[in-house]
Design a protein around this ligand. Structure first.
Ligand SMILES: Nc1nc2c(c(=O)[nH]1)N[C@H]1C(S)=C(S)[C@@H](COP(=O)(O)O)O[C@H]1N2
Ligand SMILES: [Mo]
Length: 424
């Protein structure tokens, strides 16, 4: 990408590559060292592209600092059905852009048409609005479970790259109809979204969704300006972010600058060469990203959030208390969560502590569950497994081995954690 010019700006931007593995690769290219006194002659821009990031809550545990990516400890995550804004996981690929709401404009383009439409923030806020409760999850959530089986390339997310908020904004359908899109016309197939965040070559973050999702009255896609009743915080897309309920986090584009109605998918890296699933036998030498579709709706998942992996759990009246979340993409609802402490000989059905009443296929929010589960008198430790079933009766795969993929996405096998038992 530097194409003959300085690589330093890239090095500064992709802080995720500043690891021992990458240094080892670079070592083989070393041609010499610049003498200490000579570094002042280096002319490239060494200013930190991350100098102006928002302040973050101390409870967020970083998976990478630059760009900023962080999640909550799982037991904190499930303390709230609606995740407070400052505790919502952050997944940024690039520096957070600084956007002046007074001059902000959203541009709408239709492929093949010269004239575009623009909306200011005030214009968007004056349109009829909708508020919906939506869970957003990163495709890499629970990647760390996949890594235990075999290494992958990607941020080492635990089970908390997920959160739920109420989002308020303008239905994208209304905007598209206003822009003159005819819903019965079959010409256009995709809605592309472009973020205002950009890399050193001025290439923006981007993604797309199929047009049916955007035009469907029941698809509930909105251009949101509020998160839990306040303007969306900078980390989560201020001033406008698209919310695509039931669809992988990557398509919920933040800092939305442009929408393109098109016959084609977004050509962005994140639509074409990332966020796709592959067979466990595909490796980095054989992978062909054109062969898999972009992830949209996510499969059913659950996670045990309390107790924590490796902790000592108090046994009360012969039982231990287990809590977690479950969620499914595509607007499906969780109908059951099964938990076992004996490798599946006996399954216990968890109680739902909080679940929205919205019917599928518009059930966009997660389910929080808990259960007091009996353990045998002589056990000193147990392995707890959870699996969820959604309203299509789809359930989670048993083991991670057979769903392993090189990017470590879609890591939704039974969640398994081991804990020690303490008795009074
Ligand atoms: N413009 C822009 N939108 C983006 C991203 C990004 O880096 N830039 N990251 C995506 C990914 S991969 C995820 S998982 C979600 C994360 O949203 P959050 O940070 O609000 O939790 O935002 C998505 N939208
Ligand atoms: Mo993501």
């Amino acid at each position: 990408m530097a194409a003959g010019s300085s690589v330093e700006p890239f090095w500064m931007l992709y802080g995720i590559h500043q690891t021992p593995e990458v240094s080892a690769i670079f070592e083989s290219y070393r041609i010499g060292n610049v003498r200490a006194g000579d570094t002042k002659h280096l002319t490239s821009d060494m200013s930190d592209p991350y100098a102006n990031e928002p302040k973050r809550h101390f409870a967020l545990v970083p998976a990478s600092a630059k760009p900023f990516n962080a999640e909550l400890p799982p037991d904190v995550l499930i303390q709230n059905f609606i995740t407070p804004n400052e505790l919502f996981y952050v997944r940024n690929h690039l520096p957070v852009p600084e956007i002046d709401p007074k001059t902000y404009e959203l541009e709408i383009e239709i492929d093949g048409k010269e004239e575009t439409m623009t909306f200011t923030l005030d214009e968007l806020k004056k349109m009829p609005k909708r508020t919906i409760t939506v869970t957003i999850m990163c495709a890499g959530n629970r990647r760390s479970d996949m890594v235990k089986y075999k290494p992958v390339r990607g941020l080492n997310w635990g089970a908390a790259a997920i959160g739920t908020a109420t989002w308020t904004g303008v239905p994208l359908r209304d905007i598209l109809l206003q822009a003159g899109i005819d819903e019965d016309e079959e010409k256009y197939k995709h809605i592309q979204f472009e973020g205002i965040d950009a890399d050193v070559t001025a290439k923006n973050y981007g993604a797309s969704i199929p047009i049916w999702k955007a035009l469907d009255k029941r698809g509930d896609v909105i251009l949101a300006y509020e998160m839990n009743g306040v303007p969306i915080p900078r980390d989560h897309g201020f001033p406008i972010r698209v919310i695509v309920p039931g669809v992988v986090g990557a398509r919920n584009v933040k800092w939305l600058g442009k929408i393109v109605v098109s016959e084609e998918e977004s050509d962005s890296h994140w639509q074409q060469n990332d966020y796709k699933g592959f067979s466990p036998s595909v490796d980095w030498d054989t992978v062909d990203f054109t062969k898999s579709p972009a992830i949209q709706e996510l499969p059913v998942i659950s996670a045990i959030c309390k107790p924590a992996q490796g902790s000592q759990v108090a046994v009360k009246d012969g039982k231990i208390n287990v809590k977690g979340y479950a969620w499914s993409g595509g607007g499906q609802k969780i109908v059951r969560v099964d938990v076992t402490v004996d490798g599946g000989k006996t399954w216990h059905v968890a109680n739902f502590d909080h679940q929205d009443t919205v019917s599928p296929p518009r059930h966009w929010a997660w389910t929080l569950w808990s259960i007091d589960i009996p353990v045998s008198d002589d056990a000193t430790s147990v392995e707890i497994w959870s699996k969820a079933v959604d309203s299509s009766y789809n359930t989670q795969p048993e083991s991670v081995e057979n769903i392993w993929n090189l990017r470590g996405v879609l890591s939704n096998a039974y969640h398994r954690i081991r804990v020690g038992l303490k008795r009074e």
